[in-house]
Design a protein around this ligand. Structure first.
Ligand SMILES: O=C(O)CCC(=O)C(=O)O
Ligand SMILES: [Fe+2]
Length: 369
């Protein structure tokens, strides 16, 4: 393989982890190097399925990407915000409302959080096929590295996880991989995300919530672990717990689309982002994510012929998404409706005041404060 030219970039100083004792979520750590042989895979499958049926989140380590490669990816993520002009960010703005796609730059303050307060988050999203759209000139020299990042995450992390999720349903191993080909019409994309510290008023009016509790739209979300603590998951006991940073690990969770495809066997876990603990409060928080979606034309109905689903039945918390005529909808229709509504739609407060709701394609979607 020809080696990739790596243009010079400033090296980010990685912020220290918090010293505070937080109520950490106790998540499984999956050693992906064991996936190479069948016995190891069987062991991991049991671990992954248990994690998905209980916590809904787990870590992946030994995934074949070095700490140096991860650090470089964060340097590029930083540059995507600091090295691209405001004019270009506007020229390459994401058009969620009109296209239902997050591709491009989302400016700060686009999403409503609570009580009239909007987000302080920049996002930049790029399809895994980095050639699909034109990108800002400043970013073009980094496209080969972004391509490598997407391919690594897709083939070395996403696909092994999808194989285990299929095996957990006693399906043919490639069932979900076949719905997530790298070369396909689908939205699967890299996201860079930068959170900025907020004013006291913003903190007070949102109860310190930076990104409302939600489930992800797609099938599998892969988050590059980073040191600023702020991500929390909602436990089955109704308690929010913090996700702890593990160096060079990935944090994995599934989204709505996998919940639909698995007939509710794997559940999309609710998570949110809150103000970091005191010793990290003034820092910016930079994130890298890989949001996987099934091929655009995939109908979001439970996969057929799963002996597990035949035994336990499908119990889908959210039901099956369908259009106004009652037809099953596709991944494309789901992601577009959710994306255009997100942070913009009028939500209805559910009794108790903590949850707001909306109906998207016939399915109840909840947002937590
Ligand atoms: O910033 C994080 O850690 C999580 C972000 C998130 O949940 C999302 O973008 O869907
Ligand atoms: Fe999320």
């Amino acid at each position: 393989m020809p080696s990739i030219i790596r243009p010079h970039l400033a090296t980010r100083t990685v912020p220290p982890t918090t010293k505070q004792a937080l109520d950490w979520a106790d998540l499984a750590v999956v050693d992906l190097s064991k996936a190479a042989d069948p016995d190891g895979r069987a062991e991991l499958t049991a671990q992954v399925c248990e994690a998905m049926r209980t916590q809904g989140f787990f870590y992946v380590v030994n995934h074949g990407w070095t700490p140096e490669q991860t650090a470089r990816a964060f340097d590029i993520a930083e540059f995507a915000f600091s090295g691209v002009s405001a004019k270009d960010k506007q020229a390459y703005a994401a058009t969620m409302k009109t296209t239902g796609s997050f591709q491009g730059y989302k400016p700060r303050q686009y999403w409503h959080i609570d009580n009239g307060i909007n987000d302080q988050i920049d996002t930049f999203n790029i399809n895994r096929d980095v050639t699909l759209r034109e990108q800002p000139e400043a970013l073009r020299p980094f496209l080969p590295e972004l391509d490598a990042l997407a391919r690594h995450t897709h083939f070395d992390i996403l696909h092994p996880i999808l194989r285990m999720l299929a095996q957990g349903l006693e399906l043919e191993e490639e069932t979900f991989v076949d719905l997530h080909q790298f070369k396909s019409v689908s939205e699967t994309y890299i996201r860079f995300m930068k959170y900025y510290p907020r004013t006291i008023e913003e903190e007070e009016k949102t109860n310190n919530v930076w990104l409302k509790g939600h489930t992800d739209i797609g099938t599998v979300t892969i988050l590059y672990s980073q040191p600023i603590s702020a991500l929390q998951i909602l436990g089955r006991d109704g308690k929010w717990r913090w996700i702890k940073h593990i160096e060079n690990a990935m944090v994995i969770n599934i989204g709505d689309a996998m919940e639909f495809l698995s007939g509710g066997y794997y559940k999309a876990t609710i998570h949110r982002v809150v103000q970091p603990p005191e010793d990290q409060r003034l820092r910016e928080r930079l994130g890298i994510f890989y949001f996987a979606m099934a091929h655009d034309d995939t109908p979001l109905i439970p996969v057929q012929k799963s002996p597990v689903l035949e035994r336990v039945g499908t119990e889908n918390r959210q039901g099956i998404p369908q259009d106004s005529g009652g037809s099953v909808i596709t991944m494309e229709a789901w992601r577009k409706s959710r994306t255009s509504a997100y942070g913009q739609s009028r939500l209805t407060a559910a009794p108790g005041g903590k949850i707001e709701e909306e109906t998207v394609q016939g399915v109840l979607v909840q947002h937590f404060n």
